[in-house]
Design a protein around this ligand. Structure first.
Ligand code: GLC
Length: 499
């Protein structure tokens, strides 16, 4: 490490540990979204909108980094705090808040009732079991999983995900802006990021349920979940729910691979499908017309690239490329190792779009003109090439780094592996040079991502900690690329024959 690199890493660590982390009940509980500006005169912290709150999604890299540092008690405190905030209201029972903050001695959660546009986030609820499972794996604290309140929390969450609704498809249907993209951007319905997270959440929840099934009999734990209903007490482990959860995950995976995965072969099949079909055994279930397949796709896919498209809806699929949903699809092994290689080939091939001057573009291509007006409601923050609408977010690079490194371990294509590592290394060097100069901005605008986002916050926590994670994975310990591994479907003997 040269002097400059050492200085940057040290200053990023200081910013993170000294300025971003906040305490609750006398112990660090997580990090604010952006480090507040300090007024020189009176040292009073001034916060912009809700960037002083602790967002569950922004704390994903924070918790991953703290686990790598061995700060298990902080992560446990974060998980416990979120769990206490899980809603018990009749209309929202089981959901976790987007963010929380301590106000006048009380912890207040935002479930969408305070958010701009009153958007709700579904991803926070899905991230919680993934983080909880990761915590148990890294710390070895199995007793955390078997606690009655954790099992009850999982049951409430699974009740929300597995319960009956109007649709039979296993995907989760959500309103516009229900995840990292938290403004209208035509991402309503069954957007990819939610489905990838759902898959990770189901498998993580299954992992946590299994621990309770295995450990609870000895510990003699009893679940209080039944108390309020007056029903009989039963052991904390719930094998029936575990089985149901795994079957659901399996169905979801098959469905996503069938409907979301595209490469040049599948597109040719899609283009020649009949329409207006009715009944059980048909090829074009969602009655999708060939004209919905955009022309840019040909060049973008090339011969050997593949990816999960943004959304499947009746007649209106969304072929946009969403970076986080695809990276998570790889990290959770929703897509197979071969498909992961095709995905990374596609990213390499479209490096000028996705990485450009600042990694990574959040989605491609942007909605523009009439589409922007109609689908975003003239949203000035989401102008074409800005913010969520094809803006560039440095916080996304660590997800890609983790996905690539865990795949490179089992890769049969050394040339591809080397090209990917070269791309990651040069992208890291780019961040190293530019992020401190650009005050660790939240996002970057324009077709090459060169300009600091028009409304970007500076000293954004997930930019800082995302950079630290990339540095850690590339330079310190690549083995930590498995940090977000969820249990594989095959690891559960319960459904082995069926998988
Ligand atoms: C913006 C982002 C959202 C993030 C929040 C706090 O609203 O769209 O993903 O969680 O800022 O950083």
């Amino acid at each position: 490490m040269d002097n400059y690199e050492e200085l940057v890493i040290q200053s990023a660590k200081n910013l993170f540990h000294e300025r971003a982390l906040v305490q609750l009940d006398g112990m660090v509980v997580g990090a604010v979204a952006a480090i507040p500006k300090t007024s020189r005169d009176d040292e009073v912290h001034q916060h912009d909108l809700n960037y002083g709150e602790i967002f569950i999604r922004d704390n994903v890299p924070v918790m991953a980094y703290l686990l790598i540092e061995g700060k298990y008690e902080v992560v446990r405190h974060f998980l416990d705090t979120c769990l206490k905030l899980q809603s018990n209201e009749p209309r929202t029972r089981g959901i976790f808040p987007t963010s929380f903050v301590e106000l006048n001695g009380h912890v207040v959660g935002d479930y969408g009732q305070r958010a701009i546009g009153r958007v709700i986030s579904v991803d926070a609820t899905l991230w919680w079991p993934i983080l909880a499972y990761t915590y148990v794996q890294r710390s070895g604290d199995r007793a955390f999983a078997s606690q009655p309140q954790v099992q009850v929390g999982l049951e409430k969450m699974l009740d929300l995900l597995l319960r009956s609704g109007f649709r039979d498809a296993p995907t989760l249907f959500v309103p516009d802006g229900a995840f990292m993209i938290d403004r209208p951007l035509d991402v309503w319905g069954t957007p990819l990021e939610i489905q990838s997270l759902l898959y990770g959440a189901l498998l993580s929840a299954a992992g946590l349920l299994q621990i309770a099934c295995a450990d609870a009999p000895e510990a003699g734990l009893r679940s209080p979940s039944a108390d309020s209903d007056g029903a009989a007490k039963r052991p904390a482990g719930n094998p029936e729910l575990l089985h149901q959860t795994l079957q659901y995950a399996q169905r979801l995976r098959r469905y996503v691979l069938r409907h979301y995965w595209v490469n040049s072969k599948t597109v040719q099949v899609l283009r020649r499908r009949p329409t207006e079909q009715y009944g059980d055994d048909i090829e074009n279930e969602y009655n999708i017309q060939t004209e919905t397949i955009p022309h840019w796709l040909q060049d973008w896919l090339g011969d050997r690239g593949g990816y999960l498209i943004g959304n499947i809806r009746t007649g209106r699929p969304d072929f946009r490329f969403f970076t986080l949903g695809n990276c998570l699809g790889a990290i959770f092994d929703l897509i197979s190792p071969n498909e992961q290689q095709d995905l990374f080939r596609l990213i390499l091939q479209n490096r000028n779009d996705l990485v450009a001057q600042m990694p990574l573009r959040i989605c491609h291509p942007p909605l523009d003109d009439e589409e922007w007006r109609k689908k975003t409601g003239y949203d000035r923050k989401n102008l074409p090439w800005c913010y969520h609408n094809a803006g560039h977010w440095p916080c996304l690079l660590w997800f890609l780094t983790a996905a690539v490194l865990r795949q490179n371990e089992r890769s049969h294509d050394p040339e591809l592996a080397a090209a990917l590592e070269e791309m990651l290394e040069s992208t890291y060097q780019n961040l190293l040079r530019n992020l401190p100069r650009q005050d660790w901005a939240e996002y970057f605008d324009g077709p090459t991502g060169t300009w600091m986002g028009q409304q970007a916050r500076t000293y954004q926590t997930w930019t800082i900690v995302g950079f630290l994670l990339v540095h850690h994975l590339l330079k310190v310990n690549p083995e930590d690329a498995t940090i977000l591994n969820v249990p594989s479907l095959k690891s559960f003997q319960l459904v082995e024959e069926e998988v």
